[in-house]
Ligand binder design. Structure first.
Ligand SMILES: [Zn+2]
Length: 304
């Protein structure tokens, strides 16, 4: 991967974590918590499309819905890692899609063409009621940067990252973690880690104590406890982007593609020249054959 292909994400929350020394990541992956939590567990998400914009691509909707499913499945999966995490099974993101902003949702996701002149890919902003209760969270995803146009896989990865912030996570210091503040396009969806899910379990730890009164998680950097190994949660097939179709599905597609090409006139010209040369060669070859037959006749005559 060339260095120029590195795309950097600068999020609002980066301010909190930019000083984490990178060498620490080699030994012990850790993740920051924003020190915020939700006071309920069914979180409604409104995905606001931008159908009228020239840069809009409908695949952004599915990328985002798959990102939401990746989180839901990972949370449910991690809730079975041990009885101490079982309360996580109550947490769920419930998406709706709309062309307009509607009130009353917990999390909003929308897009803009780009963060002009920067390599920013997305932002997440929480509005909270002191000391720590999130009222709502707004996510904005960029369709491109000044050097790179995001594809369906990238869009899903960035959405997963931003949803992590919406769930109260900050950034990880581990480069292979989806919550790392820099993103390198890599062609595949990045799975959530046990560290990400453990972070969410700490954000919602108040659910483990009756009478379930929201309690502020400490605004700190946390690592996995000794009984949880760093690893990745599985992603089901339906939550992966569809494979890229081949450029030409059938011979007819190939021919149609060729005809619509701006080079078709040059191609036809070259084809005509080739056919003329071929005809000349065949004609001359036939002429040679006739001469040869004459010679045979002459030879036959001599034998008689
Ligand atoms: Zn971030």
């Amino acid at each position: 991967m060339s260095k120029s292909r590195w795309i950097f994400i600068f999020f609002i929350i980066l301010i909190l974590t930019i000083n984490v020394p990178i060498f620490q990541a080699q030994n012990q992956p850790s993740i920051d918590l924003q020190g915020l939590t939700w006071d309920h567990t069914i979180l409604t998400v409104l995905v606001i499309t931008k159908d009228d914009e020239i840069w809009w691509d409908n695949s952004y909707i599915n990328s985002t819905l798959r990102a939401i499913n990746v989180w839901n499945n990972a949370i449910l999966n991690f809730s079975s890692y041990g009885s101490q995490f079982s309360y996580l099974s109550q947490i769920r993101l419930v998406p709706s899609v709309s062309q307009t902003l509607e009130p009353g949702f917990d999390i909003y996701i929308t897009w803009q063409e780009e963060y002009a002149g920067t390599n920013t890919l997305g932002t997440s902003q929480a509005i909270y009621e002191p000391p720590c209760t999130i009222i709502n969270n707004s996510i904005t995803l960029g369709a491109k940067t000044k050097t790179y146009i995001l594809n369906e896989v990238d869009m899903q990865n960035i959405a997963i990252h931003e949803l992590g912030h919406a769930l109260g996570l900050g950034h990880s210091n581990y480069a292979n973690d989806i919550m790392y503040p820099q993103y390198t396009p890599r062609g595949n969806v990045i799975a959530l880690s046990t560290l990400d899910l453990y972070g969410v379990s700490v954000v919602f730890e108040w659910l483990s104590h009756y009478p379930y009164i929201p309690k502020c998680p400490s605004k700190s950097s946390i690592s996995l406890p000794f009984y949880v190994q760093y690893g990745y949660l599985p992603i089901s097939y339906e939550n992966l982007p569809p494979p890229t179709p081949p450029p030409y599905k059938t011979l007819l597609d190939f021919i149609l593609g060729l005809i619509s090409s701006p080079y078709v006139i040059i191609f036809l010209l070259l084809l005509t020249i080739f056919l003329i040369i071929l005809l000349v060669v065949i004609w001359r070859a036939m002429g040679t054959k006739e001469t040869s037959e004459d010679d045979t006749l002459v030879l036959g005559g001599q034998n008689e």
